[in-house]
Design a protein around this ligand. Structure first.
Ligand SMILES: Cc1ncc(COP(=O)(O)O)c(C=O)c1O
Length: 296
């Protein structure tokens, strides 16, 4: 079967990987003007509104908007006070490991489950040493990691657990949205993601202390007194970015549904090819299909 046949089977409203899914410009225009004329262009009204809307959507106590998923992960690791080794899946994007290294921690890579492509809990157990302080799972391509098994391991071994949820805004485990598992989950809002703010990240957590650390940490570690509590980052989200996120949020469910429709088309055409397999998504889980991956 040639690519021609596949391309004819795919509806024309396919989702180009190189183009962000954006709201129509006119829907932003009045508020863009008001941000501009008020002159409050960073970390103000729209950032707070985006955080509040996502808290409601995800059913989580705190959402803190930051400059990227990478900076969010760096701040979470700092805020949790991690030491020594962090268990990380061997298959992920470079930024997962980089955020670990930037905290002078040691990434301890372990194998993934070859079907779900997410970290294998059995391999996590085997990798725990006296130096391990946390497990960093990744919901790769939007497929939720084995959250319940990892939570049980973290509880039993007194480890922190957090998730690189860069791909997973809208992913579900049963009826529960990804966002409130472990100590924290961190989303990306960069242009190829499900909710786009231009650049940006979102830290979701139910832990009050961690939320405070991340809030302070995105502003140099300064609680507002110029007396920095620790060496933080400059990692705030701007108001224009937050407004884009707010206007994109109502499109999220439709965006996910469209991806599912397109994936069904691809699967129908590709499933008969010898040796081709797809990422396994358990029936009780919803992936976002941030990416549709196949293996051969
Ligand atoms: C799995 C994963 N983690 C982290 C990141 C980094 O996200 P950001 O660019 O928002 O820092 C990405 C970016 O694509 C990613 O794919």
């Amino acid at each position: 079967m040639g690519f021609d046949k596949i391309s004819k089977a795919i509806p024309i409203n396919a989702i180009p990987i190189t183009k962000a899914t954006l709201p129509v410009f006119e829907s932003l225009e009045p508020e863009l003007r008001s941000i501009f004329s008020a002159g409050m262009i960073t970390n103000h009204h729209y950032v707070k509104k985006l955080e509040e809307e996502l808290q409601r959507y995800l059913g989580v106590k705190h959402v803190i908007a930051v400059s990227s998923c990478t900076s969010g992960m760096m701040l979470v690791m700092k805020g949790l006070g991690l030491t020594g080794e962090i268990i990380v899946p061997s298959f992920t994007f470079s930024a997962t490991g980089h955020a670990v290294l930037w905290n002078s921690l040691v990434p301890r890579f372990v194998e993934i489950d070859p079907e779900t492509l997410t970290i294998d809990p059995q391999k996590v157990l085997e990798a725990i040493t006296p130096h391990t302080s946390a497990i960093l799972g990744v919901h790769i391509f939007g497929c939720p990691a084995a959250v319940h098994e990892l939570e049980a391991i973290a509880r039993e071994h007194k480890l922190k657990l957090f998730f690189d949820a860069a791909h997973a805004l809208g992913s579900k485990v049963g009826e529960r949205l990804v966002g409130s598992f472990g100590d924290a989950e961190i989303f990306s809002c960069s242009p190829t993601k499900l909710l786009v703010t231009g650049e940006g990240g979102l830290v979701a957590t139910n832990n009050d202390d961690l939320a405070r650390q991340v809030r302070i940490g995105r502003t140099y570690g300064d609680p507002g007194t110029y007396d920095c509590e620790f060496a933080g980052l400059s990692a705030r989200m701007g108001e224009f970015n937050a407004l884009l996120g707010l206007k994109s949020l109502p499109m999220l469910e439709e965006n996910i549904a469209r991806r599912h429709t397109l994936v069904q088309c691809y699967k129908q055409e590709l499933m008969h090819l010898p040796g081709v397999t797809f990422q396994k998504i358990a029936p009780s889980r919803r992936t976002t299909y941030k990416d549709f991956s196949l293996d051969k």
